[in-house]
Design a protein around this ligand. Structure first.
Ligand code: PEP
Length: 253
């Protein structure tokens, strides 16, 4: 079966302002003239409209959100719904990022609800999973990732025709400068693909883009992306500079 189209998504986290958004996106667009990979950036909510205005080719660089509400609408002060994101022009929404699991106490069930909300609105959820350092040290990474994905997979079973993206982001690799080795990352990606096959279908497993995230830098990107089951990256720190981000995108294809 043909390999999936590579995808690289930049997660700006809580960084940026209007001027930086304009400059960064103008630079990225100039440097990405002949790229085949799919590319997206996820700025803070308040910069989504600005980002969309700054991008001239919206097919080439897509825009996503870093989170989405687990609710459809109503009395949920501070939440942003998937329909609101869709109306703005978002293609993707990151769900279950480890920083939200840690600081906002998001559970696996909440991540499953958010995934479902995204799908209902026609947004592609980017479902983040990954083990902590202590789970990796005690060889429990597969159990942790399975437990994180199970409620999500159960909640999306009736929507198997809709695309989802999975991002494997070991918590110990995020923002630490310590990327997973290509071999360890590949092993986990293959495990995630097997889970999708076992719990949904082989077709879903083969068509789902599985991204690696965690301290991806230009120097390590190519070795990660050449692995069979690594379809691109979710990039934090390195997505805030046009040189490093576009270098990583080019390494994906
Ligand atoms: C992330 O926040 O999703 C991430 C992968 O961050 P970094 O690339 O900075 O490790």
């Amino acid at each position: 079966m043909a390999k999936r189209i590579p995808l690289v998504i930049g997660n700006w986290k809580m960084n940026g302002d209007i001027q930086k958004t304009n400059h960064l996106l103008q630079d990225i667009e100039e440097k990405l003239e002949d790229v085949q990979s799919q590319v997206a950036i996820c700025p803070p909510f308040t910069l989504i409209s600005q980002a969309l205005m700054a991008i001239s080719d919206k097919q080439k660089i897509r825009v996503g959100a870093q989170d989405v509400s687990a609710q459809a609408e109503g009395a949920y002060t501070g939440d942003i719904s998937s329909n609101m994101l869709k109306e703005l022009g978002c293609t993707y929404a990151i769900v279950g990022h480890s920083e939200r699991r840690l600081y906002q106490f998001e559970s696996n069930d909440t991540v499953a609800e958010k995934t479902l909300q995204a799908l209902h609105a026609g947004i592609v959820p980017v479902i983040c999973v990954g083990e902590s350092q202590s789970h990796r040290a005690s060889h429990q990474q597969n159990e942790v990732v399975r437990a994180q994905l199970l409620p999500v997979i159960n909640s999306i079973k009736q929507f198997t025709q809709l695309p989802v993206v999975v991002a494997y982001e070991p918590v110990w690799a995020i923002g630490t400068g310590l990327s997973a080795s290509p071999e360890d990352a590949q092993e986990m990606h293959a495990f995630i693909r097997e889970l999708l096959s076992e719990l949904i279908s082989e077709e879903k497993a083969q068509s789902t883009q599985i991204l690696y995230g965690g301290s991806v830098k230009p120097e390590v990107a190519a070795a990660l992306f050449e692995k069979q089951d690594i379809d691109g990256g979710l990039i934090g720190g390195a997505s805030l500079k046009s040189d490093s981000f576009t270098h990583i995108v080019k390494a994906a294809g």
